[in-house]
Design a binder for this molecule. Sequence first.
Ligand SMILES: CC(C)(COP(=O)(O)OP(=O)(O)OC[C@H]1O[C@@H](n2cnc3c(N)ncnc32)[C@H](O)[C@@H]1OP(=O)(O)O)[C@@H](O)C(=O)NCCC(=O)NCCS
Length: 157
Amino acid sequence: MNMMPNNSLSPQIMPIEENDFTRLFEIEQAAHLVPWSLGTLKNNQGERYLNLKIVHHQQIVGFAICQFVLDEATLFNIAIDPAFQGQHLGALLLQELLNQLKAKGIKTLWLEVREGNQRAIQLYQQNDFNEVDIRKNYYPTPDGKRENAVVMAAYLA
Ligand SMILES: CC(C)(COP(=O)(O)OP(=O)(O)OC[C@H]1O[C@@H](n2cnc3c(N)ncnc32)[C@H](O)[C@@H]1OP(=O)(O)O)[C@@H](O)C(=O)NCCC(=O)NCCS
C-alpha cells in the first residue's frame, strides 16, 4: 500500500506572485463575460490588497482579488477556470479569503455582481452575503447593452 501523503493533490490557497500573471490572465479571459485587461489585473496588486490563488493538481485554477481600506474590504474579482468550476474550489477560495480578512480585523466585505450571474450570487448567498443595493445598467455586456449590478455585503465581525 502506498502510504505517501497526498497533500500536493488537495487544493492549496496561496498569495498571488509576480510570475503568476500569465496563467491568471488565461483564467480571467476564459471565466469572465467581459474580462479585465492584463494591465488591470497587474494594477490591482499591492499592500492594500489581499490577493489569493488556488492551486489544484499543481496548477493555478483560480484567484481572488480583494482590496481593503481600514476595516472594510471589496472583492473586485474572483474566478475559477471553467474546466474546474463546480468542484467547490470557488467556495473554498472565498471561505479562505473570508477567514484571512477576519484575521486582519476586517468587518465588512463588499462586492458587486452581474444580476444575471446566478451561479456567483448563489455562492455569495451561501457564504452569508446579503443584497444591499442594485446599480442600474452598471456593467457593459458583450452585445453592447448594459446589465444591472447587485451590490452585496458580508458582515464578518
Ligand atoms: C462564480 C465562481 C467563482 C464559482 O466557483 P465554482 O468553483 O464554480 O463554484 P463552487 O463549485 O465552489 O460552487 C459554489 C456554489 O456556487 C453555486 N454553483 C456552482 N456551480 C453552479 C451551477 N452550475 N449552477 C448554479 N449554481 C452553481 C452553488 O450554489 C454552489 O454550491 P453547492 O454546490 O454547494 O450548491 C465561478 O463559477 C466563476 O469563476 N465564474 C466566472 C467568473 C465570475 O462570475 N466571478 C464572479 C464575479 S462577481
